[in-house]
Design a protein around this ligand. Structure first.
Ligand code: SAH
Ligand code: SF4
Ligand code: F3S
Length: 446
């Protein structure tokens, strides 16, 4: 039988990246091999994001390009999934002709059935129902050879309804996955050589709420910490409101928990945080940062910030800048506020002009660059343990690894080291990466 090839392109967050891995695993069961070569594809999937208008625009333009391939290959099947697909449903077919199927965030498990139906009947399909649980949540995605890091979903959905955010509408209600299933999956990954797991959820701190036998997030981390073979544990994303002293304590007590937390603050103005429905004040956030740094002095802290939320005054913006000066994040993802249909913020007065949002974003990013470079420079001369992920993007001859604090280090080394934990000395700091030198002897890391 002729080989069938699947090409997947993914937009959006790590959750979407993992969903794509699960899609590939599922379709392998229908005989599809994944390819990086678009021209070879018999089936193209676009896994979309809808968090900001820009993310949606990117998906439309990619799809526009891809449907043209049908001119050369009329048998080609094109499906679109993810959050934008969930949002648009059948309207996607109207917007982009030549699409074969549209499937939402709860319908990944139905992929083989949809692909089979399209091959048979060439009908247009849309599946965007929500279910109580996401059936695909436990699909095991076997790690690629040489990979030492894997994602594991621990919860689905979100109940927070931050005023600007579409996620609760597109991913459904929050639901935790039973710990037994999570542990089993991680044991299986460890048996395949996985050394690092990243636990995924929109708000991992509230893990456990709906479980029959209550187990909170720190207790889950402690259980995972006992799995042989697993050397590093990461998680994303945690909501500042629910960051408990018990979880903060894990950063000193749990050896395998990496020294990094992504803790999206969004704004440094209490008035804006309130309008955003975030449920914490700047003072509470600062206090949590202090506690984190007391528990783990070298922890790296990263964050998300939105500029130009409706009604954000120059004064509110200045408060965000002042907060950044106080905290000095290791890095931040910063965004211009983008109106999303159906959210509470969409209805607010005082929308900020695009040019002003751009001005605020640029200044903020310049300040962050200063902080990032200063933080990276502090690491020069230190000894760091790296999990070696693969070849460096900068040079064919270099390898790339990540520190426990999530920083990228490029260094010279043999490709046989990929997937291993090794120590380096940091020789030079840059804005987006560090340069390191491999150490032969084993000593204590800084
Ligand atoms: N669940 C995660 C965030 C997921 S979205 C959390 O709560 O931290 C990632 C980031 O996108 C958010 O932290 C926010 O900074 C940004 N974002 C979300 N909606 C946005 C919008 N409408 N406009 C601009 N940025 C937005
Ligand atoms: Fe969106 Fe807020 Fe939920 Fe994060 S916590 S996904 S920002 S609603
Ligand atoms: Fe985007 Fe959906 Fe993730 S909107 S950020 S892909 S949860």
């Amino acid at each position: 039988m002729k080989n069938k090839y699947l090409y997947i392109q993914t937009f959006g967050c790590q959750m979407n990246v993992h969903d794509s891995e699960q899609m590939a695993a599922l379709l392998a069961g229908s005989g599809y091999k994944t390819t990086d070569n678009l021209k070879m594809a018999d089936l193209i999937l676009l896994n979309t994001c809808s968090i900001r208008e820009k993310a949606a625009q990117k998906a439309y333009s990619e799809l526009g390009r891809m449907v043209l391939l049908k001119n050369q290959n009329p048998e080609l099947i094109i499906g679109v999934g993810g959050c934008l697909a969930q949002h648009l449903g059948s309207r996607f077919h109207k917007r982009i002709g030549h699409l074969d199927f549209v499937f939402g965030t709860h319908n990944i498990h139905r992929l083989p059935e949809m692909v089979a139906a399209v091959s048979r009947e060439r009908e247009k399909i849309t599946r965007t129902d929500f279910y109580k649980t996401v059936h695909s949540i436990g699909i095991y995605a076997p790690p690629a050879t040489g990979t030492a890091s894997a994602f594991v979903t621990i919860m689905q959905g979100c109940n927070n309804y931050c005023a600007y955010c579409v996620v609760p509408y597109l991913r459904g209600s929050e639901m935790s996955r039973p710990p037994g299933e999570i542990i089993e999956e991680i044991k299986k990954l460890a048996d395949q050589g996985i050394k690092e797991v990243t636990l995924l959820g929109q708000n991992v701190n509230s893990y456990g709420k709906n479980l029959e036998q209550y187990l909170n997030f720190p207790a889950l981390i402690r259980k995972i910490g006992k799995i042989p073979g697993i050397k590093r544990i990461r998680f994303t994303t945690s909501h500042p409101r629910d960051l408990s002293p018990e979880l903060i304590n894990c950063f000193s007590a749990e050896e395998k928990l990496c020294r990094h937390i992504h803790l999206p603050v969004q704004s440094g103005s209490n008035r804006i945080l309130n309008l955003m429905n975030r449920g914490y004040s700047v003072e509470e956030y600062l206090q949590k940062i202090d506690l984190l740094r007391q528990a783990c002095p070298r922890i790296s802290i990263t964050s998300d910030i939105i500029v130009g939320f409706p009604g954000e005054t120059q004064n509110d913006y200045q408060e965000t800048i002042d907060m950044m000066e106080k905290i000095r994040f290791d890095s931040t993802f910063s965004f211009k506020y983008s109106d999303r249909r159906g959210t509470a913020a969409e209805k607010l007065e005082g929308k900020i002009m695009e040019s002003e949002k751009q001005r605020r974003l640029k200044l903020l990013q310049d300040l962050q660059d200063e902080h990032t470079l200063a933080k990276n420079t502090e690491l020069e001369g230190s000894r760091q343990e790296l999990l070696i992920e693969g070849k460096s993007k900068n040079s064919e001859n270099d390898l790339m690894g990540r520190t426990s604090s999530w920083k990228i280090v490029n260094f010279k080394g043999d490709q046989a080291l990929i997937g291993q934990l090794k120590q380096v000395t940091i020789t030079k700091a840059y804005l987006h990466s560090l340069r390191g030198k491999l150490l032969e002897e084993v000593g204590n890391v800084d």
